[in-house]
Design a protein around this ligand. Sequence first.
Ligand code: ATP
Ligand code: MG
Length: 406
Amino acid sequence: ANDKPYVVYHVLDTLLNAGFEAYLVGGCVRDKLLGLTPGDYDVATNALPDQVQSLFPHTVPTGIQHGTVSVLEDGERIEVTTFRREGVYKDARRPSEVRFDASLQEDLARRDFTINAMAQDRFGNLFDPFGGQSDLEQQIIRAVGDPSARFQEDALRMLRAVRFSAVLGFQIESETWRSIIQHAPIIGRIARERIRDEWNKMVCADLSLGVDQLIRSGLFSFIFGSILSRTKEEWLRAAQFADRLPKKLDLRHAALLLGTDVRLVQKWMNQIRQPKRLTRSVVAILEAMPDSNPLRWSPFDWRQFLYQHGQHAAEQAILIYSQMIPVDADKLIAVCLASIEDQPIWSLADLAVTGHDILKHTGRRPGPWLGPLLNQLAQLVLTNPNLNRSQELKHAAEHFLQKGSL
Ligand code: ATP
Ligand code: MG
């Protein structure tokens, strides 16, 4: 998020003072009109990319072939893009050429939805050639121009319509909606990474609204295939359940995918190109899901659970479980937090002795006996947290070794 809006005004002023046109455009104008803090600021200008680069001391040629230069200033990053209109699109993906001889009006015309096709100048004057402000007030997502043509140019826009609807809680205008239904199959031509980015934004919004519209438009099956054999009703119910949880990607994915084989979850998440880290986290949460009511667990059960799954996965799994027993949700979360507070060890590294201490104390040579011994000491501490002291554990180690159980 951009905490320093004055930076973007400095960028606008610099361009204006050099004799160029410069406007805020797209999402930041929309968000400002909604009274929200924009996540980032985009500037559109008639200055060419190399002219932008020469006006600012720190720039990165982020997408120079599309006319985008990032200006870095005071720790912020502003994307400055030369007015552009696009040549003919091939195969519903990318324009075959980008031209920089465009006006503001043309630049706004290439944008996806009316609410995203407004510009604002340095003094707050709004340029709104497609009725974006009115659609914003009426909470409508409407394609700029002929929806059918726009979706054939770039099929991702169909998914973006659903995403903005889920994020803003807006309705998709009826002609735009009919056109999505008609063209849904061509979403298959879009790179999975672009689809994933829109999907993830939907997951952290009104997910059931998003899933409902994906299913009704036909987009869902083209995006998610059939790795998970769930009916539409099951997907919808799962999305409604996930909506009850905080807007975090791993937590919500785990809630959405609850009850599915983790190998299939892995396969599904790989297919839509989710980062490995996210997939691992979702799987860890699913594996930590309790199969009995944790409110009936003993303190020892809690310690085992936390030790086995780690704090993050355990906590998220309990949060999901708490939504399955809404009456006791607060109580369960309180017990979980108290157990986390009291947890004596999270890994072998938290034992009061190291492998090295044990070797020194017993005078034995290192060998495959040491790992299991440390695990046994961990189990001992989980059973009785008071024993996590150096002296106690050294004695216990001797005892285990004498018993010859290792
Ligand atoms: P967010 O708040 O999620 O970033 P955003 O509106 O800023 O929303 P971006 O994906 O960052 O969305 O795109 C910035 C702007 O670029 C959009 O507001 C829109 O004007 C334009 N845009 C982005 N993607 C497309 C597209 N596929 N087709 C047409 N215009 C697009
Ligand atoms: Mg944006």
